[in-house]
Design a protein around this ligand. Structure first.
Ligand code: MRU
Length: 377
């Protein structure tokens, strides 16, 4: 059924299925799908409605894509990049001739870039798409062929992300001990990527390998990605999960329940400084205080080698109502001053290792992460 933007499609969870020969780790629909051929559209799980409703929305123009990214209907750094790449295709289509197509594509890309500032995957994916548009223009490619190549590139970005997430899970599972507790923050699973996830892929793969892992899931205030999304994904996959409020992390560490912390990232500077969901930095400090390794799992598309360190990472500040009105309920007095940064930066020295699709990378980071740069697109 092809619902249009804003129309709801409430889905019954599907049975576990195989896609492109690799079994999926969860049975819900993919977070992002391209439906149809070049005239098709982007279908997203509306993550603001989870876990109470599994609803998909269809996006047929760039404005709907922009709103979906801005409002966190789709979120998580890799998922934002994939959605923007596909959004560029639906946005490019409104220009109906070859003349001026490249300029139009650049305008749509610039517009999509304004949706959210921190996750570098958004900019990385749009840069890739624009390089395809430029190459098509240089070869005076017909309009239809340019659109077809753009769609191919968007799907390639999605497929590569999926493969990177699998590799991250396979490399990272070796870091998790049998019979251990692993604390994670925000949502880094299939919902945040093409499939499987980054930090959650590590936990999924460790669980698949029959390691006895309990995931401690931070609630992740203010938007509750941990309780609404991560706890849901872990339950779907049958991984033992214990939900905690963010301010309980120190206590569960001190009680010896946690042997590793693993998180994702939105942007990692060349020296390893890591921007991720607000609260990540505090966890890294706590992990250090308790002698617990703190790992960051991310694909090469999340590294920003243009930035020498984390001081240049733009940190998104979001609407104060996210703090004062969680899930629409007023929990603070009217007009109270609010500070709502969506991300923080964890200094590289607090990171025990990065788990990437190329393997586990340890300090010294400036030297060792540079190898990733050569291999990244
Ligand atoms: O604001 P969000 O929900 O987009 O923030 C997401 C995160 O911080 C994730 O940890 C990060 O993007 C990694 S997702 C694999």
């Amino acid at each position: 059924m092809a619902a249009s933007a804003g129309d709801d499609m409430i889905m019954a969870p599907k049975k576990q299925e195989k896609r492109e020969g690799i079994p999926r780790l969860m049975s819900a629909p993919l977070a992002i799908e391209w439906v149809g051929d070049i005239d098709g559209f982007v279908r997203l799980i509306d993550q603001t409605r989870l876990p109470s409703e599994l609803v998909q929305i269809d996006c047929r123009d760039a404005a709907t894509i922009w709103e979906a990214i801005k409002m966190l209907r789709v979120r998580g750094a890799p998922a934002i990049g994939i959605t923007a790449a596909m959004g560029l295709v639906v946005g490019a289509r409104t220009h109906e001739s070859r003349d001026g197509l490249r300029e139009h594509i650049h305008q749509v890309a610039d517009y999509l870039r304004t949706s959210r500032p921190t996750a570098v995957n958004l900019f990385w994916a749009l840069d890739r798409m624009e390089r395809v548009a430029d190459a098509c223009e240089a070869e005076t490619m017909p309009h239809e062929q340019t659109l077809a190549l753009l769609l191919m590139e968007a799907k390639r970005i999605r497929d590569e992300d999926r493969e990177m997430c699998i590799a991250i899970g396979q490399h990272g599972k070796e870091l998790l001990a049998n019979d251990s507790g692993v604390l994670t923050h925000c949502n880094t699973g299939a919902l945040a990527t093409a499939d499987y996830g980054t930090a959650l892929s590590v936990i999924f793969h460790a669980h698949e390998a029959k390691k006895n892992i309990v995931a401690y899931v931070d609630e992740t205030r203010p938007l509750l990605q941990g309780s609404r999304l991560t706890a849901w994904e872990l339950q779907q996959r049958g991984v033992p999960a214990t939900l905690i409020c963010d301010n309980m992390a120190a206590t569960v560490m001190r009680q010896g329940r946690v042997q590793a912390v693993i998180v994702g990232a939105d942007r990692i500077a060349a020296n390893g400084d890591t921007a991720n969901k607000i609260g990540t930095y505090g966890l890294a400090v706590l992990a250090k205080a308790h002698g617990i390794p703190f790992y960051v799992a991310a694909p090469s598309s999340t590294f920003d080698f243009e930035l020498a360190d984390g001081s240049g990472i733009p940190i998104e500040e979001r609407d104060s109502r996210e703090v004062t009105h969680p899930l629409g309920l007023a929990i603070a007095p009217d007009d109270v001053a609010v500070y709502n940064p969506a991300f923080d930066v964890t200094p590289a020295e607090l990171v025990a290792a990065f788990v990437t699709e190329q393997g586990v990378i340890r300090a010294p980071y400036v030297e060792n992460l540079a190898a990733l740069r050569k291999d990244s697109a």
